[in-house]
Design a protein around this ligand. Structure first.
Ligand code: HEC
Length: 150
């Protein structure tokens, strides 16, 4: 269980590493949303390191990171105004052609992150399952709305 979760975390976070450089040309709202996503990635790393047992579990620090994801999730839709696709953005046109699904996916992330905050604050052992729920919420949106390979 722990092993599988840690693999999931590694598989999920690794592909992001080389992208930061490819996106140096981004400006304005595109840069803002990339920065927001990077903030979320960093928060995921904090919790991921605990889930993997690399750093000692710290419920307060983990809850703070989860809360950050919850708060930033709410800002996702406003950072995707129409007409902001295309290079260097990796947002697919589907963001705007399937706007309802896109905003639902953003909402789902907020809910998943809130569930995780609650599990961490209550120190329930199923926080790892809730963490996986957050990973899934990131992936669900990326699958439809983000260009994975460039
Ligand atoms: C509602 C949809 C949605 C959700 C939910 C979502 N993302 Fe994203 N993410 C995107 C889109 C679209 C892009 C591409 C943005 C662009 O390039 O303009 C992106 C890009 C990224 C990037 C690359 C940023 C960069 O510098 O180019 C990272 C890292 C990332 N997301 C992490 C996450 C993490 C971690 C989560 C979950 C905690 C998450 N995302 C949840 C839609 C989403």
């Amino acid at each position: 269980m722990t092993f599988r979760l840690s693999q999931l975390i590694v598989l999920f976070l690794l592909p992001f590493a080389p992208l930061a450089l490819a996106h140096e040309g981004a400006t304005g709202v595109v840069k803002e949303r990339m920065d927001l996503m990077d903030t979320q990635k960093e928060a995921m790393k904090v919790i991921g390191a605990m889930a993997k047992g690399k750093v000692p579990f710290d419920a307060t620090a983990a809850a703070k990171a989860a809360h950050e994801i919850e708060v930033t999730a709410k800002k996702i839709p406003e950072l995707f105004p129409e007409g902001t696709g295309g290079r260097p953005s990796e947002a697919k046109p589907e963001v705007w052609t399937q706007w309802d699904k896109f905003t639902k996916d953003a909402e789902a992330l907020g809910v998943a992150a809130n569930d995780l905050v609650a599990a961490l604050e209550a120190s329930t052992p199923d926080w790892k399952a809730k963490f996986k729920g957050v990973i899934d919420a990131c992936k669900t949106c990326h699958k439809t709305f983000r260009e994975e390979d460039d």
